[in-house]
Design a protein around this ligand. Structure first.
Ligand SMILES: Nc1ncnc2c1ncn2[C@@H]1O[C@H](COP(=O)(O)OP(=O)(O)OP(=O)(O)O)[C@@H](O)[C@H]1O
Ligand SMILES: [Mg+2]
Length: 321
């Protein structure tokens, strides 16, 4: 039988909706039973924990008002899937580590970094980073489509934002405010409407006062237009950019996997991938794999891949051909 302390801890972690802590304590109970020679019950508990760990985190639907504006998912994306410069990967790792060690930090009056701003060109991994955080932390990901929220609720956007922040504190998860510039644009810009200033002011207050256990991520293509007051509300600001040659080569290798041609020189292939985003490179790789499959080949043709990359470049408006 578990000790009274263990039962209390189990109840506490259940009330706090802290799934990881709950499962850790359950394993302690299993170890306690095993020490007492109750190996059957210990194995049963371990089996239940393993089953719980392999299942996806629960996505609790938002109320119907938020249909189409908040998308819930349970990503399985891992840090190893994303290709970024080392310093950025390290900063993402730090967010993950601080989340895991939040109790230790709290004992010293410190909070884990959990409000993060991601800025950079399309297709460079901002949304993917949110999926990595959710995947690594085994949390559900809720994406709030800011541009739609603003257009749908013009006049009551602030009230809706408040409701979203209420949910953030009651449902642990990673909350991605996508297209964040829809509300984050500088107060006092020429095209400023009074309503938008109010929305931004509410957001600033809400994010400042938020002390939930959730992670709040805001993503924008356009950090230049963001209000200066926003930056200090975030614990971390990560700037994304188009891949370097090394990153592009790494990405192509990863994506082609078994379809990778036996000899693929770095120079020519990365030249063809110049000035396009990670997302465009992934698309060109997938198109080349499709071509190989449809031509009954088990390797991608380098010529086809280069053409696909060039096609993406021209679609991107970078064509020099
Ligand atoms: N850094 C990266 N490493 C590996 N794959 C990437 C990376 N960035 C993008 N991709 C690929 O491109 C897809 C789209 O990227 P993502 O949605 O993260 O872009 P984004 O930066 O959010 O773009 P947008 O500003 O248009 O929303 C990803 O699902 C992934 O397949
Ligand atoms: Mg995105």
């Amino acid at each position: 039988m578990a000790t009274a302390e263990q039962i209390k801890s189990l109840i506490r972690s259940h009330v706090d909706e802290d799934r990881d802590r709950f499962l850790t304590i359950a394993l302690q109970v299993a170890a306690h039973e095993a020490r007492k020679g109750h190996s059957a019950i210990a194995n049963d508990i371990k089996g239940l924990v393993d089953k719980a760990k392999s299942s996806s985190p629960k996505v609790i639907p938002f109320n119907r008002d938020f249909n189409d504006l908040v998308l819930g998912s349970t990503p399985h994306t891992r840090l190893a899937d994303i290709i970024l410069e080392n310093s950025k990967t390290e900063r993402i790792k730090r967010v993950i580590l601080e989340y895991h060690k939040q109790d230790q930090l709290k004992k010293h009056g410190l909070a884990n970094r959990r409000k993060i701003l991601l800025a950079g060109p399309p297709g460079t991994g901002k949304t993917m980073t949110s999926s990595v955080l959710a995947g690594e932390l085994k949390l559900p990901l809720y994406t709030i489509l800011m541009d739609k929220l603003v257009t749908k609720f013009m006049g009551e956007t602030s009230a809706k934002l408040r409701q979203i922040f209420d949910i953030i504190s009651s449902q642990r998860g990673v909350y991605l405010f996508d297209e964040f510039d829809a509300i984050g644009a500088e107060r006092g810009r020429e095209n400023d409407v009074g309503e938008m200033r109010r929305v931004l002011n509410s957001f600033l207050q809400l994010i400042e006062h938020d002390s939930s256990d959730s992670l709040i991520v805001a993503a924008t293509n356009n950090a230049n237009v963001l209000d200066q007051a926003l930056f200090r509300r975030f614990d971390d600001v990560l700037y994304y950019s188009l891949p370097t040659k090394d990153e592009a080569y790494h990405l192509i290798n990863n994506r082609l996997a078994n379809f990778k041609p036996t000899r693929m020189g770095k120079g020519p292939i990365t030249d063809a991938a110049k000035e396009i985003s990670h997302a465009e490179i992934v698309q060109a790789c997938d198109d080349s794999i499709k071509d190989a499959i449809l031509s009954d080949k088990n390797k991608v043709s380098i010529k086809v891949l280069k053409n696909m990359l060039r096609d993406r470049r021209s679609a991107y408006g970078n064509s020099k051909f």
